[in-house]
Design a binder for this molecule. Structure first.
Ligand code: ADP
Ligand code: MG
Length: 614
């Protein structure tokens, strides 16, 4: 039989290998920025068009390349950064695999211009899909400029696989943040579609964080510094009261390289234990310095995971120094060991009859910051009153319920009474029953109905919001004192995009400024204390285009609000509330699925049950 094994042609091998290095425009951004840093640049400019799909360009003022090096840099395994495998353990550079440029050139149109300081002229190379189109002498400033156009032009499947511009831009900005945070001593500028999105001058670490995440970040930062034999830590953690619901600002850098580590993240989490509200995530910006010989960064092609020799020790040091910092800055004593246990449950229906109003005696509406800190405290103590607000979404309460309910034709429960007879909690007329604080059981003519309370409520709220936004007649509740909420410039941009829809949903904006949003009215169903969390969630949903990228902003907004506001699994509901929920669900247009297309209820017919008992 004839031989069948053949070597893949170079360009095919390069394309395959490229898949490992370049998953999306953001991967190109990362590789090019890292190369610029390795070249000793002090000033780096990133230019993006169409979320990097049309252009990613990085211009640096680093050491440049010689004519030969410029050509060689596009060869696979061509690197100036290691010579022997041993060098891997002494790495001070970001790159070392010599794969990035070869990979990028295999799947895009690349133009490189580079000049070394002592030369008069530089080199320009054009490569398209691994083929060198031209190489010539060019007049260009000291340093290197690489532009990458039409990414994946020769792999349409890959190109089609890219997400929307919003999502791809988000990934690019994430990479940009990581690199910029790791190198505050380098100045960075980023342009997207012709406008400047970041301008980060050379600065110290704290200023860099503030320049990226907004001026308000400054007061949230608690310094962490530790110097031990095996590990040095410097950086900041966010004060617990500013912790976010979404895992946004969490950065570990090991020897100036951004890394992800669930294990070290856990160490921070445990240092914050007891200080964070459920579901909130601490933010941190921490630089760890360890001996390069004690880590192995080679285990992952995109190099965000590393292996430490002695993880346990690092964990312990990290945890204790963060704890120490929190204590030193008087944050730990916030812990109140004697608080009422009732306050820990989001809903306590014993209190329901007498909603109490908390009066903050220090409250002074004329003090600028008061609102913000006021919100922070109200997160910690959900009162009965604030909870009630959640339920307003189900329109009126109480009196009307019984009457509405009759329209759904539920079977009378009188026949089952023997089952529940000994349970005096259950009222005679009860037609619903909640179990595991998660499902509501009811009976219908043909059998049993099992409703998922969280999904059902999402459906109800979703249709409500959608209706309000479409008819543009949402009811707003005016706030006594406008809320002033702080956001980063990017977040502000998203809020601006959604402004009209938010207004249709019932939000009233007094002003949207650089980093500040003033809100004077909110939808009736939205408790004031939740506004900031809801907007945060919304922004993160838009950024990730959860749940699906093909929906309109209105739809996304309705979904996000419904998700934030819906009663959660684990919340106990009174019988009235259960009935109201069931009733409102079946008044919906599409009662059987949640806004994200998951079943809201299942039925079990008597027949099916009978069969189980044979
Ligand atoms: P690696 O960074 O792993 O060495 P790359 O493919 O990213 O591999 O780059 C190959 C080589 O090209 C680098 O080792 C470096 O010598 C050179 N190079 C790449 N980008 C630049 C730049 N911006 N300035 C100077 N030299 C560069
Ligand atoms: Mg590189």
């Amino acid at each position: 039989m004839a031989d069948i094994i053949q070597l893949l042609p170079d360009h095919v091998a390069n394309q395959i290998a490229a898949g490992e290095v370049v998953q999306r425009p953001a991967s190109v951004v990362k590789e090019l920025l890292e190369n610029a840093i390795d070249a000793g640049a002090t000033s780096i400019k990133l230019i993006i068009k169409d979320a990097g799909k049309t252009l990613v360009q990085v211009i640096d003022n680093g050491k440049g390349m010689s004519v030969t090096d410029a050509r060689l840099s596009f060869e696979r395994h061509a690197t100036s950064k290691i010579k022997t495998a041993d060098d891997l353990f002494k790495l001070n550079t970001k790159g070392f695999r010599g794969e990035a440029l070869a990979s990028i050139a295999a799947i895009a149109h690349v133009e490189l211009k580079t000049k070394q300081d002592h030369e008069d002229v530089g080199t320009c190379i054009v490569i398209e899909g691994s083929t060198v189109i031209s190489q010539e002498v060019v007049v260009t400033p000291k340093g290197t400029s690489i532009s990458v156009k039409n990414l994946f032009f020769n792999i349409p499947a890959r190109r089609n696989f890219l997400k929307s511009n919003t999502v791809e831009t988000r990934h690019i900005i994430d990479e940009f943040h990581r690199v910029a945070l790791a190198h505050p001593n380098i100045s960075f500028v980023m342009f997207h579609n012709g406008s400047e999105t970041f301008n980060l001058p050379e600065s110290n670490y704290r200023q860099r964080i503030v320049n990226i995440f907004g001026i308000k970040t400054n007061e949230k930062l608690v310094p962490v510094n530790e110097d031990t034999e095996v590990l040095q830590i410097s950086g900041f953690v966010g004060k617990p009261e500013f912790a976010k619901k979404t895992r946004g600002e969490q950065f570990f850098f090991v020897n100036n390289r951004f890394i992800k580590s669930a294990y070290l993240n856990h160490a921070i989490g445990s240092a914050f234990e007891g200080l964070l509200k459920d579901g909130a995530h601490a933010s941190y910006f921490l630089n760890l310095t360890v001996n390069p010989q004690t880590i192995d960064i080679n285990i992952h092609p995109t190099k965000t995971e590393i292996k430490f020799d002695d993880e346990h020790t690092l964990y312990a040091i990290l945890r204790s120094s963060v704890k120490h910092s929190l204590g030193q800055f008087n944050i730990a004593p916030v812990l109140d060991f004697e608080r009422d246990a009732n306050l820990d449950t989001p809903y306590s229906y014993q209190q329901k009859g007498t909603p109490s109003i908390e009066v903050d005696s220090n409250f002074n509406p004329f003090r600028e910051d008061q609102q913000a800190s006021n919100i922070a405290t109200s997160y910690r103590k959900p009162t009965a009153a604030s909870w009630e607000g959640l339920y307003v979404g189900l329109e009126s309460k109480g009196t009307q319920t019984q009457q509405d309910f009759s329209e759904v034709h539920f079977e009378s429960n009188s026949k089952n009474e023997s089952f529940f007879d000994n349970d005096n909690q259950v009222e005679q007329k009860q037609s619903t029953y909640q179990f595991h604080n998660k499902y509501i059981v009811s009976t219908i003519k043909s059998g049993l109905l099992l409703i998922d309370q969280h999904r059902a409520h999402q459906r109800i709220l979703y249709e409500n919001f959608l209706k309000n936004m479409t008819i543009k007649e949402a009811m707003s509740q005016q706030l006594l004192f406008p809320l002033a909420l702080h956001f980063s410039p990017q977040e502000i941009e998203i809020i601006n995009q959604l402004k009209t829809d938010l207004e249709h949903a019932g939000f009233i904006f007094q002003a949207i400024k650089d980093e500040l949003v003033e809100i004077s009215g909110v939808p009736v169903s939205v408790p004031e204390s939740e506004v900031s969390i809801i907007l945060e969630q919304l922004i993160s949903d838009v950024e990730n285009e959860v749940p699906d990228s093909n929906f309109s902003a209105t739809d996304l907004l309705a979904k996000s609000l419904a998700k934030s506001l819906a009663i959660k699994t684990g919340q106990s509901l009174t019988i009235l509330e259960q009935e109201h929920l069931v009733n409102s669900l079946f008044a919906c247009k599409e009662p059987n699925v949640s806004p994200t297309n998951k079943a809201t209820f299942i039925t079990m017919t008597v027949d099916a049950l009978d069969r189980k008992f044979v």
